[in-house]
Every structure is written in C-alpha cells, then in structure tokens.
Write a protein that binds this ligand. Structure first.
Ligand code: UDX
Ligand code: UDX
Ligand code: ADP
Length: 468
C-alpha cells in the first residue's frame, strides 16, 4: 500500500523543516529532498560553503555535510520545488496572532494559507500535502478546502498531519530515534494510502511499531496535548518549588521521590525559572483559544493556568532577587548567565531570561549578559522587542559580555538563567574575588553546587530550596 516517493519538498527552512528534512535526506539516499524558503538569507546560510548553518543543533552540520548536493538541496525557488514534488511538507511559521480575533492566543495561519494557495496554483499533478507546523485542530481541513477549491483538473491532494515532536538542542538525536512518529489522515482509501506512503519514508530508519496512524484531528490535537501536558508538569513542579522555598523542603528531593512512581516517571520534573521556547506557551494558548471557540470555558481556564503559573514563576524569581539584595537593585550590577531558553541551543524565543532582564531593567539595574550561543544582535532584538524600544535606551543599562567571567566581573549578583553545562565548572573562586561584596548568586536552574559556593563566601539563593 502507498506509492514510492521520489521527490520530497519542504516549504519553510526553519527550526522544524530544516533539521527534519535534512534527516530524511540523510536516511533515504534514494529520495531527493529540496527545502525551499522565501527568505534568501536563510537559504544562503543553509548553502554556506563553510557550513555556518542558520540553526545551531548538535550533529546537524554532519548530516547536512553528508547529503547536501547529493540528495539534499536548499533553494528559494518555491514554485519549482512544489511543481517537482510528490510530497510536500508545509513547515512555515505559525506565530501567535498580534491583532484581530484571538489576538495573543490564536495562531496566525496566514503563512500556512499563503503556502497552501501557492501549492494549488503551481501544481500540475497530484500530491500529498503534509501539515508539519504546529497548528490548531482542523487546519488540515482548511488546507484541504483551499486546495480542492483551487486545484487544476486532474490534480488530487491528500492531506496528512505529521506533527514534529523534536526538542531543540537534541533535534538530530530525536529525529534519528523518535519515541514515535505520528501520521494523521482521513480514513478514506486515498487518505490511508497517502499515510502509508509517508510511513514508508520513515520506515527507512524507524521501527514500524513506532509509526502511529490516527485520524487527522486526533493527530492535530495530540501535538497540542503533548506540549500542554509537558508544560503542565513543569508548571506543577514550579508551583511546588514555591512551597519548598517557604517550608525548607527541597524541590530536587521532592521531584526525585515523585519521579520514582512509574505512573509519573522521572523526566521533565526539573524546577526552573520558567519554561520558554517557541512551542509550549504558543501551543497552550492555541489550546485555550480552541476550547473557548468550542464553548468549553472551564477547560480553557484549566489550561490557561499552566501559562499563568509560568509567568508567576518568572515574576517570583525576579522579586526574590530584589528582596534578597536589600529590596533594591537600582544602580547595582547583575550578571545574567544564559539567555537561550534552554541549554545547547541559540534560540531565545520566549526565553525566561528576556523577562528577567526586563524586570531588572525596570528596577534600573545594570545588566551584563553572557550566553555561549546567543549573539549580541539577537539579545538586542529581544530586549528592544524587535525595534519597538530604542536600542540606545536598552544599551544604557545592558551589556553583552564575551565570557561568563567578564559578565560577572565587578557585579553584585550572578543570576543563572539557562542551564549551560559550562556554568557548573566556572572558576567560582575567581569570580567571587572579582565581585562586589556581599556577592550573591541566584541559581534559577538548580545546577550549581550550593554548598561549595557558600563555602567560598557567596550568598546563594536557589529555586525550590529554603535557607540552609
Ligand atoms: C518542546 C517539546 O519537548 C517537543 O517535544 C516539541 O516538539 C517542541 O516543544 P523544546 O521547546 O525544544 O521542545 O524544549 P524542551 O526541552 O521541551 O524545553 C522547553 C522548556 O522547558 C525549556 O525552557 C526548558 O528549560 C524547560 N524545562 C524543561 C524545565 O524548566 N524543566 C524541565 O524539567 C524540562
Ligand atoms: C491513590 C494513589 O494511586 C495511591 O498511590 C495513594 O497512595 C492513594 O491514592 P487510590 O485512590 O486507591 O490510590 O486509587 P487510584 O488507582 O490511584 O485511582 C484514584 C481514582 O482515579 C479512581 O477513581 C480511578 O478510577 C481514577 N483514575 C485513575 C482515572 O480516572 N484515570 C486513570 O487513568 C487512573
Ligand atoms: P519553525 O520553528 O516552525 O520551523 P521558523 O520561523 O523557524 O518556524 O521557520 C519557518 C520558515 O518558513 C521561515 O524561514 C519562513 O521564511 C518560511 N516561510 C513562511 N512562509 C513561506 C512561504 N509561503 N513559502 C516559503 N517559505 C515560507
């Protein structure tokens, strides 16, 4: 069942489409894979002769090196790509709407719609169209309607939903050995056959029992549900971290004890300064909007609380910094170590560090930031809210340092915002000697050896632990 696919095209060379389709090309040398994007600079970076790719992911460069020019191509020729393809992944951006109906909650499906219309316009043969971006339920249905209304005679389109579950920083690992691949299709003969064609692609390296076929809407909802439940675990553990701080219990011990229950499992129970990333908040707000549209306000409220708790955690941590430093940080120097939303990525979307630095700026502190992967220009874009705030006003009290030690030099406090491994092995004695006294450390990621720091002389505050 299902036809052999010779040519796969991916529309959108971003965090999802780029790595996913590079791995397909790597694992399926008999399939030609072309990744297209309207953004010339992004495509140029994917084609960079020195392999300075637009995305930092461990292992990605090796995958691209192995197949670029062989059966993997990056191009801005979107129409040509569509025309040649048997199967098209739609992996364009779906940001949260900034205005209009559902502003702040609903996904902006404009990019999906434009890409879908382009497919209908350019296609002269039948194709399988795969929704790969995270989208609200029933987007596939809208795509189908657009394609059918605009299809040329003789062109049939089968729509599949194939959500991506990779996490940033481990994208290649996750793509090589996923827990599961989920494919949703209409339960018609043609829908099932399209599903099988895509399953055959993944079967080149993934065991069949990990390739799940479900209905279109189940597939779409599963993606939102998985992210909502993962985020909910973090908000739950973060809520408990507040109880720990107030009682003297230790959140790492509590999480360890909880995680031993096989019904709960030990993963995703690390308390933090708050979750970030492009998916969790966006997907939950999508789910909230969906529930409200379906007249399920109690359900919407339940999921919204996960995001509210995350905001609360960031606010609570910032307040703790101010309170601990004698109720004022005005004019004080605060070093923020880490700006990415988690370690091993240069991505800062929804990073908790952005909120923290904004709070510190509002208190008129001087902030120096160091992150091993995030560039100064990205930090400035985030802190100016993409140009909304004048850069000069941000630069007045924010500096970006080249090393962690530089960032900490002469500061009153060090705040750990991202769990980069290198922060664990810094020369903390040297940092202490270079700081103003009393020297404070605020560990927002529970990665530092608290007792060793206290021995050096630091005043240490850790998320989820009471006073020692
Ligand atoms: C997430 C999902 O894991 C992935 O399956 C989905 O496809 C996309 O969204 P990602 O956002 O890349 O992936 O990273 P993830 O590792 O899930 O971390 C998200 C945020 O939660 C980070 O800010 C991380 O630091 C935080 N986190 C994670 C915690 O605070 N505690 C934890 O125990 C785990
Ligand atoms: C629970 C805890 O499981 C146990 O570890 C603790 O010591 C006491 O509380 P118990 O109340 O006996 O045990 O039963 P449990 O099997 O956990 O079920 C509790 C309720 O949840 C039941 O009404 C059950 O029907 C319901 N449930 C459980 C679901 O609705 N869905 C599930 O997937 C699991
Ligand atoms: P994600 O994290 O979902 O992969 P990104 O924003 O990283 O999202 O990437 C989406 C990419 O899709 C961007 O590079 C954008 O230029 C591209 N894109 C958006 N609309 C179109 C379109 N109609 N045709 C081609 N590329 C598009």
């Amino acid at each position: 069942l299902g036809s052999e696919l010779g040519h796969i095209v991916c529309i959108g060379a971003g965090y999802v489409g780029g790595p996913t389709c590079s791995v397909i090309a790597f694992k399926c040398p008999h399939i030609q894979v072309t990744i297209v994007d309207l953004n010339q600079a992004r495509i140029d970076a994917w084609n960079d002769p020195e392999f300075n790719l637009p995305i930092y992911e461990p292992g990605l460069v090796d995958v691209v090196k192995a197949c670029r020019g062989r059966n993997l191509f990056f191009s801005t020729e979107v129409d040509k790509g569509i025309a040649e393809a048997d199967l098209i992944f739609v992996s364009v951006n779906t940001p949260t709407k900034k205005s209009g109906l559902g502003a702040g909650f609903a996904a902006d499906l404009n990019y999906i719609e434009l890409a879908t219309r382009r497919i209908a316009e350019v296609s002269t043969s039948s194709k399988i169209v795969v929704e790969k971006s995270t989208v609200p339920c029933r987007t596939a249905e809208s795509m189908r309607t657009i394609l059918e209304a605009n299809a040329k005679p003789g062109c049939n389109f089968d729509i599949l939903s194939n959500p991506e579950f990779l996490a940033e920083g481990t994208a290649i690992e996750d793509l090589f050995a996923p827990d599961r691949v989920l494919i949703g299709s209409l339960q018609t003969a043609s829908g099932k056959s399209a599903c099988e064609s895509l399953a055959n692609v993944y079967a080149n390296w993934i065991p069949r029992d990990r390739i799940l076929s479900v209905g279109l809407w189940s597939s779409e909802l599963s993606k939102l549900a998985a992210n909502a439940m993962l985020a909910q675990r973090i908000s739950s553990v973060n809520a408990l971290s507040a109880v720990c701080e107030a009682t003297g219990a230790n959140i790492d011990e509590v999480a360890y004890a909880i995680g031993k229950d096989s019904r709960l499992g030990s993963k995703f129970l690390k308390a933090s300064v708050g979750f970030g990333g492009s998916c969790f908040q966006k997907d939950i707000l999508n789910l909230v909007y969906l529930c409200e549209s379906l007249h399920l306000p109690a359900v919407a409220k339940y999921w919204h609380a996960v995001v509210e708790m995350n905001e609360h955690q960031k606010d609570r941590f910032s307040k703790k910094v101010v309170d601990t430093m004698f109720n004022t940080i005005t004019g004080k120097k605060i070093a923020v170590l880490g700006f990415a939303f988690k370690k091993d990525t240069g991505d800062t979307r929804e990073s908790a560090a952005i909120t923290l630095v904004n709070h510190f700026r509002a208190e008129r502190a001087h902030v120096s930031i160091y992150d091993p992967e995030v560039t100064e220009s990205t930090i400035m874009l985030d802190l100016t809210n993409y140009g909304e705030i004048p850069a000069e006003s941000v630069q007045k009290n924010v500096k970006v340092a080249k090393t962690a030690e530089d960032a900490c030099y002469g500061s009153n406090a060090v705040v750990i915002a991202t769990e980069w491994d290198e922060f664990k092995t810094l020369d903390w004695q040297k940092i202490y000697d270079s700081m103003d006294k009393p020297a404070f450390v605020f560990d927002g990621r529970l990665i530092l050896d608290r007792e060793a720091l206290i021995k050096i002389g630091f005043k240490v505050t850790t998320i989820g632990t009471g006073a020692l």
